[in-house]
Design a protein around this ligand. Structure first.
Ligand code: 4H6
Length: 248
């Protein structure tokens, strides 16, 4: 899978793309991430990418010319590439959106800066606007790296073990169960006995119940969409869950 990232700060992406799971996936050629310098598509001596807003007001607007040129250049190389603008007014990014994007072969991520982007380039050349959450960033770059990370994890082979993406929190719509490792005693707390028992049936059941308990406590909204079986429902009922918005 290919991610092109149009930005005025291509250097922003250097270390996140070298480290950890993402670094390894790139090394193995499972994903390609290419920061594209918007300034390479300017035509003036000063490599200008912003201009004053029509109608007045504070701040500057990203000028449409260089953006349109950069997008056209990338689209000419692969007309199937999907153009996504990271923007506070976009569809809110989620596990489901990540799954959808992971099925594409090529996405072009556009990072806005200044106060915003000339609306016409969005209207003509952007396929989708995506937001990583309800807050404002100084630029789309941190949002782009979030999308690249979350989507890459779903690309086959990126997480060594094939079923680890499936085991992740949110794949089943629940929060993750608590994890423990050595030592057995730490700051006065011990590891739950069941995890030392070697009984894998009991361990799986305990983990499922912890995931359900945590989700009920912290994100009951997630239970409405979660994939739950009869044992799950019985366990939640025993905890006092009565379905949609009815925790007593
Ligand atoms: C496009 C339009 C994404 C991009 C405007 C980007 C939050 C998110 C940006 C802007 C972003 C998100 C520029 C408007 C700075 C506010 C870049 N902020 N902004 N939630 N900012 O995914 O001023």
């Amino acid at each position: 899978m290919i991610f092109d990232i149009i930005t005025i700060f291509p250097g922003y992406f250097s270390s996140p793309l070298e480290e950890g799971v993402l670094g390894k996936a790139i090394e193995q050629g499972l994903i390609k991430v290419r920061p594209v310098n918007l300034r390479d598509f300017t035509t003036d001596r000063h490599k200008t990418t912003d201009d004053r807003p029509y109608g007045g007001g504070a701040g500057m607007v990203m000028t449409p010319g260089p953006l349109a040129k950069a997008i056209s250049f990338l689209k000419e190389r692969d007309s199937r590439a999907k153009v996504i603008l990271l923007s506070p007014r976009g569809e809110v990014f989620s596990h489901e959106v990540a799954v959808r994007l992971s099925r594409l072969s090529h996405v072009i991520l556009v990072c806005g800066r200044y106060e915003g982007i000339d609306e016409r380039v969005i209207e003509k050349m952007v396929d989708q606007e995506l937001s990583i959450g309800d807050y404002v960033l100084s630029g789309g770059e941190p949002a782009a790296i979030v999308v690249v990370d979350a989507v890459s994890r779903l690309v086959p082979g990126v997480l060594g073990c094939e079923d680890s993406a499936m085991a992740d929190s949110f794949s089943d719509g629940l929060l993750e169960y608590p994890h423990y490792t050595r030592p057995r005693q730490f700051m006065g707390l011990s590891v739950p006995e069941v995890l030392l028992s070697g009984d894998h049936g009991n361990i799986a059941r305990w983990r499922r119940q912890q995931a359900l308990r945590l989700t009920l406590e912290r994100r009951p909204d997630l239970l409405e969409k979660a994939d739950l079986d009869r044992d799950d429902w019985q366990f939640l009922k025993d905890l006092g869950y009565g379905g949609k918005g009815r925790k007593e």
